[in-house]
Unconditional design. Structure first.
Length: 147
């Protein structure tokens, strides 16, 4: 199972909000939906999750959303957790009912679970070290290179 696209879309949204703020523009769900190429309802749902995690603030009435702190202070792990990119218990699933009478079936989930837990921890460690500003730097670099 792949990580839900909510994570990538949320990072996209945060970068757009920052860009709108720097330009003095209102960052609405319609504007973000156009950039992400999705329905504004998806954007509003993710906005709610990001707001609950205190990563953004949403203005009532006039509309629009903004990031609550500099992108360099927003770790990718915070975004990943905020939008529930992976459902519990984690990134990897084990099969439900291996045969307990088989030596492999009786032990596979414990042995494989240890490896997969280590793999998830490694991925989360990378996300903890990187920020949304790092992704923005990559966006800028690729845009300048014409990619």
């Amino acid at each position: 199972m792949r990580i839900a696209s909510r994570f990538a879309v949320a990072v996209h949204m945060l970068i757009l909000m920052d860009e709108c703020e720097r330009r003095g523009n209102l960052c609405t769900s319609e504007l973000m939906a156009g950039s992400v190429n999705t329905n504004p309802v998806v954007i509003r749902k993710l906005s709610g999750l990001l707001k609950r995690a205190s990563l953004i603030e949403v203005r009532a009435g006039t509309g629009g959303a903004s990031v609550t702190k500099p992108l360099a202070a927003v770790r990718l792990l915070d975004v990943y957790r905020a939008v529930e990119a992976v459902e519990p218990p984690g990134l990897f699933s084990l099969h439900d009912q291996p045969n307990p009478a088989c030596p492999v079936g009786a032990n596979i989930n414990v042995a494989l679970g240890e490896v997969l837990g280590e793999a998830q921890a490694a991925m989360e460690a990378v996300l903890e070290k990187r920020t949304v500003a790092d992704v923005l730097a990559g966006v800028i670099a690729h845009a300048r290179a014409g990619k």
